[in-house]
Design a protein around this ligand. Structure first.
Ligand SMILES: Cc1cc2nc3c(=O)[nH]c(=O)nc-3n(C[C@H](O)[C@H](O)[C@H](O)COP(=O)(O)OP(=O)(O)OC[C@H]3O[C@@H](n4cnc5c(N)ncnc54)[C@H](O)[C@@H]3O)c2cc1C
Length: 421
């Protein structure tokens, strides 16, 4: 007996990012007729943007540590990643003719680092499989009788589908399509949504005009950041970050951004400690800085004795009381643990990704919204967050896969009269 859904039944996928396209592939592979709708003139815009700085597809670390990156949502993501994890993702890319490699940090990239060749091959395969794409279709909710409402350049359009996968993304980089405008549409249907918040984001410090004018755009490296969590544990990371016009951003900051954001929400500010000389010990710095500087300027003294110059010296001047420069012990201590007070995360639109979204508690194991039979959700619009490192895309692909397969399976089991919405 053919276990595939009747090809007459259709799955609508709204959102053509990595999650939606993977849902389309899974539903199509299961034999469903699939239509992909997207508000933008073309699909995968954020995916292509992710490829600009080198597409970090996934990570090669062991599954146990990989899972810890999803923090409190680890248990929700685990079954999805068990179904389509990093290795499966790499095999999938290979199937599209794109080999991957493991970088020195353990991150996995496609050969060539770009997203475009992967997306091109993928769209070709999806079209060949019969998936239909409908661009410039902005989903605006449901008609009273359950049809999907789209706004198109030709006016409003109502579409019926037997199952629906929503893969509408989070709320950052709205110009690439993911505006978060879906939140009130699902709230109106009784779906619980954790507010969308910036994740992997920069922070405001409130620099002096002098510091901003001089150092905005300068990288600080090498540097180590230490942050004490609310549970008393300290995280210390080494690498680099960037001074911006309003504060700080970059990989090292993003890696700590979830706890920094939460601390600012709880206390109004968060304090990081910068180690500006990670290669030198405190005692060594104390010794070196205690040597008389004679007629040499403080800038020269710092450079010669502590290797501190440029933006690092600027940070000391910006953040340390002037009198502490006269005390070698205090100066050395500040170089090893300079407090930097962060006062606000940058707005959601600037963030790499969003925290918050559709509550897993309102979804079944196939990612169907319990209150809306036949409606599935996938990708960044679900309530999870993860640091950069390939964890974002991996979870988007995995959840897209699960939702697409779930929608096709649901068509199999649903009564013929069931309609999405
Ligand atoms: C600069 C940058 C670099 C990144 N680099 C990486 C990286 O290297 N590795 C990594 O793992 N992650 C990276 N990410 C994150 C990653 O790109 C996202 O997590 C991922 O694209 C989310 O996939 P998604 O399918 O859930 O949503 P999206 O990719 O945001 O796609 C959502 C789609 O839904 C459409 N849509 C939204 N609302 C509607 C509507 N009402 N009607 C119709 N269509 C709608 C949008 O147009 C869009 O096409 C990066 C993000 C940014 C911004």
């Amino acid at each position: 007996m053919d276990a595939r859904p009747d090809p007459g039944t259709s799955v609508a996928i709204i959102g053509g990012g990595p999650a939606g396209l993977m849902a389309a592939e899974a539903a199509s592979n299961a034999g469903a007729r699939v239509d992909v709708y997207d508000a933008m003139p073309s699909v995968g815009r954020k995916f292509l943007m992710a490829g600009k700085g080198g597409l970090n597809l996934t990570h090669s670390e062991p599954p146990e540590s990989f899972l810890t990156r999803y923090g409190a949502r680890r248990a929700c993501l685990a079954p999805l990643l068990a179904g389509f994890g990093p290795e499966a993702l790499r095999a999938w890319a290979r199937g599209l003719g794109v080999d991957t490699f493991v970088g020195s940090s353990g991150r996995v990239f496609p050969a060539g680092m770009k997203a475009a060749p992967l997306l091109r091959a993928w769209l070709h395969r999806l079209r060949a499989a019969g998936v239909h794409f409908h661009m410039r279709h902005r989903w605006c909710g449901w008609e009273d009788e359950g049809a999907l409402r789209f706004s198109t350049p030709q006016g409003e359009r109502a579409v019926r589908a037997d199952a629906l996968v929503l893969a509408l993304g989070g709320g950052s980089w709205a110009r690439l399509g993911s505006t978060g405008a879906w939140v009130p549409l699902l709230v109106a249907r009784g779906v619980r949504i954790a507010p969308l918040r910036p994740a992997n984001c920069g922070f405001d410090v409130g620099w002096s005009e002098h510091f901003r004018a001089r150092y905005a755009g300068h990288p600080v490296k090498p540097v180590a950041l230490a942050h004490a969590g609310s549970d008393g544990s300290e995280r210390r990371l080494q690498g680099e970050f960037m001074i911006t016009a309003t504060g700080v951003e970059g990989g090292l900051i993003y890696a700590l951004s979830a706890c920094l954001r939460d601390e600012i929400e709880a206390k109004g500010a968060a304090v990081l400690h910068l180690d500006l000389a990670p290669g030198r010990g405190l005692a060594q710095l104390e010794r070196e800085l205690s040597r008389g500087r004679g007629s040499s300027s403080m800038a020269n003294h710092l450079r010669r004795r502590a290797g501190i110059a440029g933006v690092k010296a600027g940070l000391l001047r910006e953040l340390l009381p002037a009198q502490d420069f006269a005390d070698p012990m205090r100066l050395a201590a500040a170089i090893k643990a300079l407090p930097l007070r962060l006062i606000a995360p940058r707005p959601l639109d600037e963030a790499i990704s969003s925290a918050g979204g559709v509550a897993f508690e309102d979804l079944d194991e196939r990612l169907m919204i319990r209150a809306l039979p036949g409606v599935f959700c996938a990708g960044e619009m679900l309530d999870w967050e993860a640091p950069t490192g390939g964890y974002l895309l991996t979870a988007c692909f995995a959840s897209g896969r699960a939702a697409g397969a779930g929608a096709a399976a649901w068509l199999e089991s649903a009564k013929p009269s069931a309609a999405a919405g």
